[in-house]
Design a protein around this ligand. Structure first.
Ligand SMILES: *Cc1c(COP(=O)(O)O)cnc(C)c1O
Length: 405
């Protein structure tokens, strides 16, 4: 039976727009129409579409071996884990297929850590309003958003949510059952809300004082998106556990949970698992992504592009104060808070053949590939300016129309 015009479960409000191929920051429809992509699959395609180094790594692995299961050693995974730990605070890695699964591993690990310490009653995690951690039963409970929880039965126990940036509420939420604090260093879906570095340091101190684990959800911020390999680096402190996904596979579905040896000490043979996690295809692509992102000068270039983009966006904001309220973000994870509905700006950009994605707090997210060249970045910023000009003209036409009537 065919329902409506699609056999897909209608959980996504999709645009009537499909692409046939991509090249760097560009996407092409079957009829050859070209779009400038500042969505990047929601911060996933860190080196754009169809990058030859990634495609070659995937094809080479596809000709050798696809899948063996975690019953056996996977050399590409050993290598990727050791590269990720060398480049971070972490000592150990668990590979997953998605961000939510990386968070599930992080949540289980935090609970198991205290159980291994003889305090199984410490299983609760403090989370923040506006957070997004995924769509599994535990991660919707962690995110605490009513619209994602409603109708799905009892909420998974063990998450205490406090308002964003409310220090008193945070202090008050710590109790004898608290296991740790879970936070995105920059809220992505919540609207590109940057947690200031001094707050991240404050969280570290609080965790150290109370014997809590600090868990960073860097699913969106990780792998160079913010101009550092990981967003925690800017603060000078490190978490105990970190969830990654999105950019780590450059478009191949994968995620990872990284941890210190101490935080991971409860996780022993049999305590967690995944059939597909760390599969050779994913690991080959993950290594290829790191070849590019860790290359000399790559992250510095992200910082430079960020400066260019932010400066230009500030100018556009001054030109169209009716449209843009504020510009925020780090690296190439940028948000424009708008006065008009953010969806109106996304639509105006679409009319300029440019893709951007909305977020909470009435923000339009700009997530270009990290290796975009300066000229194409400027082209994107021109299109943003034109979209703002269109909206501004509309607002003024309405005002004049209003006076006449
Ligand atoms: C996207 C996202 C997730 C969920 O990742 P999935 O791969 O969709 O499960 C979790 N946390 C953050 C911060 C994200 O941006």
């Amino acid at each position: 039976m065919v329902l409506a015009n699609s056999a897909l479960l209608p959980t996504f409000a999709r645009l009537d727009l499909a692409f046939e191929r991509g090249e760097g920051p560009w996407l092409y429809t079957a009829s050859g129409e070209r779009y400038l992509d500042f969505v990047s699959g929601i911060a996933v395609n860190v080196v754009g579409h169809a990058h030859p180094h990634l495609a070659a790594a995937l094809k080479a692995q596809a000709d050798k071996l696809w899948h063996t299961s975690n019953l056996f050693k996977i050399p590409e995974g050993e290598r990727l884990a050791s590269r990720l730990t060398s480049a971070s605070f972490a000592d150990t890695v668990f590979f997953t297929n998605s961000g939510a699964e990386a968070l599930e591993c992080a949540i289980k690990m935090a609970r198991k850590y205290h159980a291994a310490n003889g305090q199984p009653e410490r299983y609760r995690l403090i989370t923040f309003e506006g957070a997004f951690h995924g769509r599994t039963l535990a991660t919707i409970a962690a995110g605490g958003q009513k619209k994602y929880l409603e109708g799905f039965g009892p909420k998974v126990e063990g998450f205490d949510q406090v308002p964003f940036a409310d220090h008193a509420a945070l202090q008050a939420a710590i109790g004898p059952e608290t296991a740790g604090i879970l936070i995105e260093p920059i809220q992505g879906e919540g609207g590109v809300r940057v947690v200031p570095s001094q707050c991240l340091r404050g969280l570290r101190d609080l965790c150290d004082q109370h014997g809590l684990l600090l868990i960073f959800d860097e699913v969106q911020t990780g792998i160079g998106r913010t101009g550092n390999l990981f967003s925690y680096e800017r603060s000078g402190i490190a978490p105990d556990i970190m969830a990654l996904a999105k950019g780590i596979g450059g478009g191949f579905p994968m995620g990872a949970c990284l941890a210190t040896i101490e935080a991971g000490k409860g996780m022993v043979a049999g305590s967690h698992g995944s059939t597909f996690g760390g599969n050779p295809l994913a690991m080959a692509v993950g290594n290829a992504v790191l070849d590019l992102v860790l290359a000399e000068g790559f992250l510095q270039q992200v910082g430079l592009l960020s400066l260019i983009a932010r400066q230009r966006l500030a100018e556009i904001k001054d030109m169209y104060p009716n449209v843009i309220d504020a510009v925020r973000g780090e690296g190439l994870m940028l948000g424009i808070k708008t006065h008009v509905a953010n969806s109106e700006v996304v639509s105006a950009l679409l009319r300029q053949n440019m893709l951007a994605v909305g977020a909470g707090d009435n923000v339009v997210r700009l997530l270009p590939p990290l290796n975009i060249d300066e000229a194409t970045l400027s082209e994107g910023l021109n299109r943003i300016e034109r979209a703002c000009a269109d909206i501004d003209a509309d607002i003024k036409a309405k005002l004049i129309g209003g006076t006449k009537a």
